[in-house]
Design a protein around this ligand. Structure first.
Ligand code: ME8
Length: 506
């Protein structure tokens, strides 16, 4: 039985690529923020990502490059690892579908489902979109093209194995209806039920014979396992399901959250739960389908080529500005626009002004007026109570928002407290208090309150902007990680250095 204190979160496993774009980073940055937040709350978190390395698309690309598929993926998989490192992604597991443990597990899953009669042999005749590795029926096409990516599909006819989706249709609908949190946001749940499940599920073709870059079916070597069956299994193969040591599987499964882009929610809320039902395994608690990052109204995508390398943004603006922008700008679940102008505007207004100035001004005043030693001398005024109440309430607001994955609103709440702190400076006018020796204790109390607001905000910012959080706490020179206003400790401040520079728009 899974312990309530564990939290298993996954991103999709990515098709290895030399050209990742900021849209790809989006899923991973959000997952990272959630994973870090859960760790902050004391959960034993397992955060998994990885690469989806089989399939016709990869085989074709390797051929074009004149190397074997394995050589091809080995070379480019490092791109994902480097990119996630430069974005400070704190994954615990990185699964490659070419890993031995994964290959063996997928083979065992296929055998088990075949022995159970949930996979059977037949013939596949139909349409296939290679870029999406998706099967379609003629009626599902949009103007004769793939409904997901709008590209050409081609006819395939081959002997194949099928997974009995139809057998589980009623059970799936019942499960979805009885577990309202399973598919989120709500709109995606309705879309899945009305557009895909209720019209009737056709059995899914789960093997291919027309190419060889895949996991071989052990008892029928002409066949390789369909790439989506292979890929979806990553969520349990990495935990050692059906292996000699399945202790992590026992500990972390079922997943708390599969975070996926909206175009692949269909696989995660129909095929994956049915695979799990057929394997007699519990279903994940939630599949959340997020929206896309768009540029000028169009999805950022390889085929459109409408993007810069995300490493250039990190280089130009800093990793935390990129993380902040992506997390803050898009209201989770909806599409959101990515633009450098908006990134610069947010960096200047929120990071350089609201946050950076506050930290800099407050620490400078602490150094100037009290040589960096600031204590709570408790010369309070009415205005303090409200300010302290807001600081103390922040952890609750952030928890409430994060529990429903409203990441942007959680961050907004932190920046609201920072804004309030700036207002508290205007209201208490420390520079005027500093002119009168009799008011020195009041001045120190004011600065103490400000430092506490900054400290609590910095601790709560850690999941979203980990480097910034560390840097602020370093300048405050404090080890205190409590998420509430502390009454009584002594600051020995370091010298401030600006944490975010204003970006000049040329
Ligand atoms: O789908 N905005 O991999 P992938 C937001 N291998 N998210 C975007 C995006 C955009 N413009 N473009 C891509 C696959 N993504 C499969 C998954 S899981 C068992 C197998 C997101 O590399 C996309 O929605 O095409 C998905 O969540 C992730 O990037 C990986 O996409």
């Amino acid at each position: 039985m899974k312990n309530k204190n564990t939290y298993y979160i996954t991103t999709p496993i990515y098709y290895p690529s030399a050209n990742f774009h900021i849209g790809h980073c989006y899923t991973t940055i959000i997952a990272d923020a959630i994973a870090r937040y859960k760790r902050l709350e004391g959960y034993d978190v397992c955060f998994q990502t990885g690469t989806d390395e089989h399939g016709q698309k990869i085989e074709n690309k390797a051929k074009e490059s004149g190397v074997s598929p394995k050589e091809y993926v080995d070379e480019i998989v490092q791109n994902a690892i480097n990119l996630w490192d430069s974005l400070n992604i704190s994954y615990d597991k990185f699964l490659r579908t070419t890993d031995d443990i994964h290959v063996k597990t997928v083979q065992k899953i296929f055998e088990k489902l075949y022995e159970k009669g949930d996979i059977y042999k037949g013939e596949y005749k139909g349409l296939y979109c290679t870029p999406c590795e998706s099967f379609w029926t003629a009626s599902q096409l949009v103007e004769g093209k793939c409904p997901d990516c709008g590209r050409d599909v081609h006819e395939v006819k081959e002997e194949a194995y099928f997974l009995k989706l139809s057998k589980y249709q009623d059970r799936l609908v019942k499960y979805i209806e009885e577990h309202p949190g399973f598919i989120q946001p709500e709109s995606r749940k309705n879309e899945m039920i009305n557009n895909f499940i209720q019209p009737g599920l056709e059995d899914l073709c789960v093997s291919r014979t027309s190419f060889s870059w895949g996991i071989p079916v052990t008892f029928d070597q002409n066949h390789v396992v369909y790439v989506w069956l292979d890929a979806l299994s990553n969520y349990i193969s990495s935990l050692g399901y059906m292996s000699e040591d399945d202790s992590e599987f026992q500990k972390y499964w079922p997943a708390n959250l599969h975070l996926v882009g909206k175009e692949i929610i269909r696989f995660h809320t129909i095929v994956w739960p049915i695979m799990l039902m057929a394997l007699d395994l519990p279903l994940p608690q939630q599949v959340f389908g997020h929206g896309w990052l768009v540029i000028n109204g169009a999805k950022i995508s390889k085929s459109l080529g409408n993007y810069r390398d995300p490493r250039e943004y990190i280089c130009d603006y800093g990793v935390d500005a990129v993380r902040y922008f992506v997390l803050r700008e898009v209201s989770f679940g909806n599409d959101g626009t990515f633009s450098e102008e908006a990134l610069v505007a947010r960096t200047n207004a929120d990071l350089a002004n609201n946050l950076g100035n506050l930290v800099n001004r407050t620490i400078s005043m602490g150094n100037k007026y009290f040589n960096g030693s600031v204590k709570n001398l408790k010369i309070t005024e009415e205005i303090d109570a409200d300010f302290i109440h807001i600081i103390n309430d922040l952890v609750n607001v952030v928890r409430e928002k994060m529990n429903i994955l409203h990441v942007s609103e959680a961050i907004a709440a932190i920046f609201e407290v920072l804004r309030r702190a700036n207002k508290y400076i205007d209201e208490t006018t420390p520079w005027i208090l500093a002119k009168d020796d009799h008011l020195s204790d009041r001045l120190q109390t004011v600065l103490y309150n400000l430092l506490e607001s900054i400290r609590v905000c910095a601790c709560l910012l850690a999941p979203f902007m980990p480097d910034t959080s560390i840097e602020i706490l370093k300048q405050l020179n404090t080890q205190h990680q409590e998420l509430e206003y502390l009454d009584d400790h002594c600051y020995e401040l370091s010298q401030p250095t600006p944490i975010f520079q204003r970006i000049d728009v040329k």
